[in-house]
Design a protein around this ligand. Structure first.
Ligand code: CA
Ligand code: CA
Ligand code: CA
Ligand code: CA
Length: 329
């Protein structure tokens, strides 16, 4: 899609924190460094994200935020703000896991954004500018039927005219691997989505000894509609998050004994890690600055040791992102 109509294709991406990243196209099929997309009030767009005061007295930030530990304490940097983490107001950080589509939702000639997030909510971010210069307005949550659209969590949205009647419909992939269809029963200029119809069923995740040995459909469906076989009907490509048992020979008895030893060592290192984390950030907070300084030095060593030991153990599973093709009948 060319979001600013300058003849260069641009790329938009949702993210785990939830901000929408624009990779603006430049000449020669190059892309500029990504920037977080802002609305016309100069606010960074992250539907469902932001700062929330929690009932336990703490603060939850859903978005692109980082902890920074200094001698003055721990801070969180978020959208240019610096917030102190205190025992009275502890800060936690999470994300909204957005998936974004740029489509002309109201058929007025410019790209609007349709954004799904981890809560299963789907938002319209209307473009109140024009095809050459976007200016995004306030997001609004879409409805399906007469109620707010509440897809299954991790709404992997895809907007396209699925039924070929001239208006844009919505598809939402779910955390459970399912795909739901929301037919547009309004018009191209004024969309009205019907209630969800599940068109691809959920999958059952298999763990441990049941981890699949062949590629098997996974969870967190992410969608793309395209006419794959050129019959005039849009087909569906579904990306996933799946597990697969690694194709490696059974370890020998000697290897098994060695693995057991490593697992035990790993357990004790993990225990030390929890102790440190608890004393640095958790309920048993250490007050002595000298001790805190020492722990801050030990933490990365312990973390790196855990990584080293894990690397020596055989993997129980590999994660994959398969892509599945569903042809429209
Ligand atoms: Ca462009
Ligand atoms: Ca539009
Ligand atoms: Ca349609
Ligand atoms: Ca087709």
């Amino acid at each position: 899609m060319d979001i600013n109509n300058d003849g260069n294709i641009d790329v938009l991406s949702g993210s785990w924190p939830g901000e929408i990243f624009l990779f603006e196209g430049a000449k020669g099929k190059k892309f500029k460094a990504p920037v977080m997309l802002k609305n016309k009030n100069n606010e960074i767009i992250n539907p469902g994200g932001g700062i929330e005061d929690r009932s336990n007295g703490g603060i939850l930030i859903r978005g692109n935020a980082d902890f920074e530990t200094t001698d003055e304490g721990t801070f969180v940097n978020y959208h240019g703000k610096r917030i102190k983490n205190t025992p009275e107001k502890p800060i936690s950080i999470s994300g909204t896991a957005t998936a974004v589509n740029a489509v002309d939702w109201d058929a007025d000639g410019d790209y609007d954004l349709i954004v799904g997030n981890i809560s299963g909510n789907v938002y319209l971010v209307p473009n109140e500018g024009d095809a050459n210069k976007y200016a995004f307005g306030k997001e609004e949550q879409l409805k399906a039927g007469d109620e707010l659209l509440g897809a299954k969590s991790r709404a992997g949205v895809c907007v396209a005219d699925i039924d070929g009647d001239g208006d844009l419909d919505l598809l939402a992939g779910g955390d459970d691997g399912s795909v739901s269809f929301y037919e547009n029963t309004g018009s191209a200029k004024k969309a009205k989505l019907a209630k969800a119809v599940e068109i691809i069923p959920p999958v059952k995740s298999q763990y441990g000894a049941n981890t699949p040995t062949e590629p098997t459909r996974g969870t967190r469906s992410k969608l793309c509609a395209a006419d794959w076989n050129g019959d005039g009907k849009l087909d569906l490509l579904v990306g996933d998050y799946a597990r697969l048992k690694p194709d490696v020979p059974e370890p020998s008895d000697q290897e098994k004994a060695e693995h057991e030893k490593i697992r035990n060592e790993l357990k004790s290192v993990q225990k030390r890690y929890s102790e440190l984390a608890n004393k640095m950030y958790g309920s048993e907070k250490e007050k002595d600055p000298a001790k805190i300084k020492k722990m801050r030095e030990e933490m990365p060593e312990v973390r790196s040791k855990m990584g080293e030991l894990r690397g020596k153990l055989p993997k129980e599973y590999e994660t994959h992102g398969w892509v599945w093709l569903f042809l429209q009948k």
